[in-house]
Design a protein. Structure first.
Length: 151
């Protein structure tokens, strides 16, 4: 990724914007991977992907803060062309973020469905276990419970 330090000039600010764009693209890929993993119910891989996604989100927050501060720093000396370039790059990132939000909603719905499915399977197993236990108990013969009527 690009420079992660404070933006001291417009070039550094553009590098930060490129890093942010690359990170959002990475988040889109992770979100798509999460959706595929949910379909396959590979919950170990899901946990790893969710952790990686969370780490990317923390970095994204940090980058966004640095970009905001960097923009405030360079804004007084920014040319009209510089302002347009910054706006175009921010607009591109904003579009990617909207796509990410849409994908995130889709995956969130799939995740909720996966949780419901796991819960239903768990509930079904508990019902089966209770039925099996009740059946097994009814089949056991207690010692001393047989009475014979020999005369």
């Amino acid at each position: 990724m690009g420079k992660l330090g404070e933006a001291k000039d417009f070039g550094a600010l553009l590098e930060l914007l490129e890093s942010k764009r690359e990170l959002v693209v990475r988040l889109l890929a992770l979100t798509a991977d999460i959706g595929k993993v949910l379909e396959g119910e590979d919950f170990d891989k899901l946990e790893r992907l969710l952790e990686e996604r969370q780490q990317c989100m923390r970095i994204l927050d940090s980058l966004s803060d640095r970009i905001d501060l960097g923009y405030l720093e360079v804004r007084p000396s920014l040319s009209a062309d510089g302002g347009r370039i910054f706006g175009m790059r921010e607009g591109e990132i904003s579009g990617l973020m909207h796509t990410l939000l849409d994908e995130d909603r889709r995956v969130h719905t799939a995740l909720q469905e996966a949780v419901r499915t796991v819960k239903q399977k768990s509930d079904d197993l508990m019902v089966q276990k209770r039925g099996f236990t009740a059946y097994a108990e009814s089949q056991q013969v207690q010692s001393g419970s047989l009475i014979t009527d020999k005369k």
